[in-house]
Write a protein that binds this ligand. Structure first.
Ligand SMILES: *Cc1c(COP(=O)(O)O)cnc(C)c1O
Length: 344
């Protein structure tokens, strides 16, 4: 049985061509700063984001957490959205590694109300933690791959300036946000002091992320990357996969967006399934199954038995993600299988 794996855009396999490029990559000891392929990738990412410098990291979590550590002191507070990846899916690292506390604010489609952000900033009084950083996420994973519009980011930026706060962007899927909105990565990045981005999501590279920022800031991130165990040696093999992915798999993200939208529209025609089309902006869809006779995990199990893989996000929500390997046929087959589930 052919499997349609819609669990995540991280399940992709490197193509034969990508593997060949990786195998042939010139490498050196990156802890000495001597890996030419990593240096090329870092230069490219600094250019793409319009920042002075960039640093390759093992994962998106390592990128976010080294950045948070470099922006803060233990005891500081970081404002983020209630469903933010740094808050929900990074193993408590802000507390464990940076010693900071997060101040989550519930957003709408992952977008924060500027007044609520301003109200959350602590007064400069000895009773309080010092608010130091605001972290935004674009696209917002848990909200369904929603784009944080540039106009909205600018409102938060104005508040950050007024209160002398730093801004970090968790841009694991900023690639998708840029393709979907027509706003360049550079325009997004200009509103932030630091930006993290992943090569291992929609771009389809096997491993790796990056942090971009000022030279001075990246120098501090470098220290924490070493401290957090991220000093890799001949990792240019991985950077080569990332360089290949940027070149070949960035523009095509629009196909993933088109396919997930088609799936979302079709699911909305089936009894029991509700997809809020406002949240379907990129390569992720969240389908609400509250009206189904079956719970989300049960539906996911039945789908898996029929060769369609998705993830139950909660007892009433299922996530599906389009990526490099998902074809129009896969979407059609998924719709056919879901029609027959008798969930209504
Ligand atoms: C995937 C992801 C990350 C990083 O995850 P890793 O698995 O550590 O690479 C960070 N932020 C968001 C929004 C993500 O989706």
């Amino acid at each position: 049985m052919q499997i349609v794996d819609l669990r995540s855009d991280t399940v992709t396999q490197p193509s034969a061509e990508m593997r060949a490029v990786m195998a042939a990559a010139p490498v050196g000891d990156d802890v000495f700063g001597e890996d030419p392929t990593i240096n090329e990738l870092q230069t490219k990412m600094a250019e793409l984001t319009g920042k002075e410098a960039a640093l390759f990291t093992a994962s998106g979590t390592q990128a976010n957490q080294t950045a948070i550590r470099a922006h803060t002191q233990p005891g500081d507070e970081v404002i983020c959205e209630g469903w933010a990846h740094i808050y929900n899916y990074e193993a408590g690292a802000p507390a464990a590694l940076a010693g900071v506390q997060l101040h989550p604010i519930n957003g709408r489609l992952g977008v924060l109300d500027p007044d609520m952000v301003e109200a959350a900033i602590r007064p400069g009084d000895h009773h309080f933690a010092q608010t130091r950083l605001i972290s935004l996420e674009n696209t917002h994973n848990r909200w369904g791959g929603t784009v944080y519009p540039l106009k909205e980011i600018k409102k938060i930026r104005r508040i950050a300036r007024k209160h002398r706060l730093k801004m970090h962007l968790d841009g694991a899927r900023l690639w998708n946000a840029s393709i979907a909105s027509g706003t360049s990565i550079k325009e997004f990045a200009a509103q932030f002091d630091s930006v993290s981005m992943c090569f291992s999501k929609g771009l389809g590279a096997p491993t790796g992320s990056v942090v971009c920022g000022s030279r001075k800031f990246i120098d501090r991130v470098h220290l924490y990357r070493k401290m957090y165990g991220g000093g890799m040696r001949q990792a240019g093999i991985l950077a080569a996969g990332a360089l290949y992915a940027i070149e070949h798999n960035f523009e095509r993200l629009t196909e993933d967006h088109r396919r997930i939208k088609a799936l979302a529209e079709a699911l909305n025609q089936l009894p029991g399934f509700v997809v809020n089309m406002q949240t379907v902006q990129t390569n992720i869809l969240i389908v609400d199954t509250s009206l189904c006779r079956k719970k989300a995990p049960e539906i996911v199990e039945e789908l898996t038995e029929r060769g369609i893989k998705m993830i139950a996000f909660s007892p009433t929500r299922i996530r599906a993600v389009a990526h490099l390997h998902i074809t129009d046929n896969d979407i059609d087959r998924t719709i056919e299988v879901m029609k027959k589930l008798q969930t209504g």
